[in-house]
Design a protein around this ligand. Sequence first.
Ligand code: NIG
Ligand code: FE
Length: 424
Amino acid sequence: MSSKADSALKAVINASELVTAHALKPKTGEALSDLGIIKNGAVVYQGDSIVDVGTTEEMLQKYQPSSLIDAGGRVVMPGFVDPHTHLVHMGSRHEEYECKIAGKSYADLHKIGGIRYTVAMTRAGTEEELFVKAMGDLDTMLIYGTTTVEAKSGYGLSKESELKLLRVASRLNKKHPIDVVSTFLGAHTVPEEFKDNKAGYVKLVHEMLVEAAPLAEFCDVWCDALGFTVDECREILADAKKLGLKLKLHVEQTGWTGGGELAGEVGAVSADHLDFLSAGGITSMRSGGVVGILLPGVTYHLMEFKKEIAVKAMIDGGMAVALATDYNPGTCRTQSMQAILETACRLYRMTYAQAINAATINAAFALERGDSVGSLAAGKRADIVIFNCTEHGVMINNFGINHVRTVIKNGAVVVDDGRLSRVN
Ligand code: NIG
Ligand code: FE
């Protein structure tokens, strides 16, 4: 029997599968197929931290929790970590999606609207309007089982507007149960007023970094023919690093530019998209310890991929891969990591286990939070989701619905019976 103050202990018991997903480093190769499942499992927690995991029998012999949540033979997993979103923005581009369905390319639309349309809408939005909209999106994410999310700026593209977006992200982190990790993406694209003066905008990004750095944890760049060159990105990232920011890149989204190779060279924490990643990019990212964040929702939305994306080569080549929504108005309009898991399995031919590890523990490592979230293990945050199914594969195979029953964030029930149970 535990000597702990058992009155403070809580537990989720009777999980048909307790998917622990635990690892001390990003899962690669064969390890990506191991979900660390405990059958008839239980997780014991105290305050916001996990105390122990094991079978229900073992845990109830060892501890006497004062409060029990009976999973009733359902699947229990760590909360999803969504490591790439453009959460803070205004407006909708659903009409553009219909143009894409009719055959227009992302590059065509980029010239007449695209990111710049969202920039105009976002600049016009007040801090309060942006905050309220993003709070609603975070509620949706929570209901769908996400407990940690990354949020990029990048729809401001002026000093004033970029700082506005970073302040909103910081307020969201304080106000919403979901942990919001902030990224500065001043180098998203060249704004309208600099369209004939790219060098001038790159200079402004360097200047913005100084004031953005205290408000962000990461700096991101869009390394792409529609964004910035490898050399421009290298210099922006070098400056960001000097200011103490950790690095992320959008790479090889609409074509190959060498961004994957750059990610390894600069020691980025992650490089994301990777639809056109080369063999050299795989080698560079693996040896640089860069997590590749795959965004199958974008691959699916853009309808432009001509070949099989090299996900098998990435995994077989020993590269760590994670999954994210890339939730944004232009290339992926879902807040649901469950939708992303299904899309990853279908488009990238990942197994259920690979996709779940990529959306939990590896996604946590893609935010340098692998030691605190993304798995169910002693010492980690009590971010726990109970799904309305008895086997994890059902949650992916039965797509387009929400399987989440209960979400526990930092030890508190925030979604109960599929509904938000908190008051902001
Ligand atoms: O991750 N590629 C750059 N940025 C976003 C899309 C932005 C937009 O189209 O609004 C992305 O896909
Ligand atoms: Fe993105």
